[in-house]
Write a protein that binds this ligand. Structure first.
Ligand code: F0G
Length: 458
């Protein structure tokens, strides 16, 4: 038997990018100029950028080589066929509609299926998904299991859908529900996976009510790895077989290739239903492009095709999930409250628990994210009351949780970068009682977290 060893990065570095070390004074000035919104900070002023794992990963040598094969023909490019084949090898849906990113797929699908009076259930809608649903006048309902809303609850599949609640919603307003969504992994709930067993139960409920099931599959490979390592009976199966099972249970999917496509841009919408696909393709032509390139260049299609082959590599996934847990475990051991179990793409700090003296409407997640940047140039992302607290009717209530997400770009940072992150988070946590809340000085009507300006509460 092999002895247990450190799980290492299964690659070596081929091209490097410099990162810039700033002073605390420079960071304080950058924060003030940005209205204390980390989305408004210049990326060059960030040392370790954990704002998102979306589009920020490192492409492989083989992806860069594939980029050189990009064929920019308007219609029927060989790059389109390479992309189509790679998508269908994993997700054998007959209709694949390429988009420039995940939210473009959402926009197209919900402009066809949404509308006033419609209700869209999901385990937890990601912010762009919710916004695209609500923009059509439809209602977005989150139905994650109760453990999914408790940062400290231990459950192997905290992203699972509450099947009983789904059943009663479909019972009460079945004809108003055009589609049920399951997000794998459940990003807004902490990057938590959904089990095959749960997908089967959701499928059975959808079948009983005659409603299609779609996956928001951005992190499908990470979800499949969790199924392999946590779900009874799955350990000996390949990740690809598990992905096939996930696909077989669904009628369609939206996808952001910026996550488990291992690409810097791209996405798609896929489905079985030909009539729905035709309506979506019409929208695609209006908003994205011709159906064989959508919103993408031929070279992007090639990079995604190669990325999809690499993302299901089991050495890669073992390293990916282990390296995320490495960060989570170190913070947990130091007493920093983190969402458990650790997510696939990110570790979520529980800002409400760390800053009990900052009420939710003074945005403890924002306060913690700002402190991490000021202390060590680390950029995380508030996932809490700033992101979810404002409702379409103008009212504001605390979000279910106030978290700071430290999202880990794929194949980008080394273990010593992560060791540095651990030191900075621990240093900030040690003086948590000194951190103050923020108020919003200025905000747009929707998706305010991207552009709002804040002011420290003195
Ligand atoms: N669905 C989920 C679960 C996501 O996490 C995202 C993006 C999208 C849809 C939209 O995809 O960005 O390609 O338009 N999440 C990124 C994040 C932005 O930081 O978590 P997109």
């Amino acid at each position: 038997m092999d002895l247990p060893r450190t799980i290492i990065e299964p690659f070596r570095i081929h091209a490097v990018e410099p990162i810039r070390i700033t002073t605390r004074e420079e960071r304080a000035a950058a924060l003030e100029a940005a209205g204390w919104n980390l989305f408004a900070i210049h990326a060059e002023d960030v040392l370790i950028d954990l704002l998102t794992d979306s589009g920020t990963g490192a492409m492989s040598r083989d992806q860069w080589a594939a980029v050189q094969h990009g064929d920019e023909s308007y219609a029927g490019s060989p790059s389109w066929y390479a992309f189509l084949e790679a998508v269908q090898e994993l997700f054998p849906f007959p209709h694949v509609i390429p988009t420039h990113q995940g939210r473009a797929a959402e926009k197209i699908l919900f402009s066809v299926l949404g509308g006033p009076d419609k209700v869209i259930p999901n385990n937890t809608h990601f912010d762009t998904t919710r916004a695209n649903v609500e923009f059509t006048g439809a209602e977005a309902v989150d139905l994650v299991i109760p453990e999914g809303g408790d940062p400290q609850a231990i459950h192997p599949f905290k992203g699972n859908m509450d099947v009983a609640r789904l059943d009663s919603i479909l019972e009460a307003c079945g004809d108003r529900v055009p589609v049920v969504f399951v997000t794998v992994t459940n990003n807004s709930g902490g990057g938590q996976p959904v089990s095959l067993e749960n997908l089967r139960q959701v499928r059975a409920v959808c079948d009983r009510h005659g409603v299609p099931l779609f996956l928001d599959a951005c992190r499908f490979a990470e979800n499949a790895w969790f199924i392999k390592t946590r779900e009874p009976g799955q350990t000996e199966r390949s990740v690809v077989d598990i992905v096939h099972d996930m696909a077989a249970l669904a009628d369609g999917m939206t996808m952001s290739a910026k996550k488990d496509g291992l690409a810097n841009i791209g996405g798609w919408l896929a489905m079985r239903d030909s009539a729905l696909a035709e309506q979506c393709r019409t929208m695609l032509i209006l908003t994205e492009g011709f159906p064989t390139y959508g919103g993408l260049a031929g070279r992007d299609l090639e990079a995604i095709a190669q990325g999809l082959r690499e993302v299901v590599d089991e050495d890669y996934l073992r390293y990916r999930i282990r390296s995320t847990a490495y960060l989570g475990e170190a913070l947990d051991e130091a007493g920093v409250p983190v969402v458990k179990p650790y997510g696939g793409h990110a570790v979520y700090l529980d800002a409400r628990a760390l800053l009990p003296h900052v009420p939710p409407l003074a945005y403890p997640g924002q306060a913690l994210a700002i402190a991490l940047y000021l202390e060590g140039g680390i950029r995380g992302c508030e996932i809490g009351t700033v992101m979810f607290g404002r409702h379409p009717d103008g009212t504001e209530t605390p979000a279910a949780m106030d978290l700071v997400r430290l999202a880990i770009p794929r194949r980008t940072y080394t273990q010593s970068h992560i060791d540095y992150v651990i030191e900075v988070v621990i240093a900030v946590a040690a003086r948590a009682a000194e951190l103050r809340g923020y108020r919003i000085a200025d905000e747009p009507p929707a998706l305010r977290h991207f552009t709002a300006r804040f002011e420290p509460i003195s």
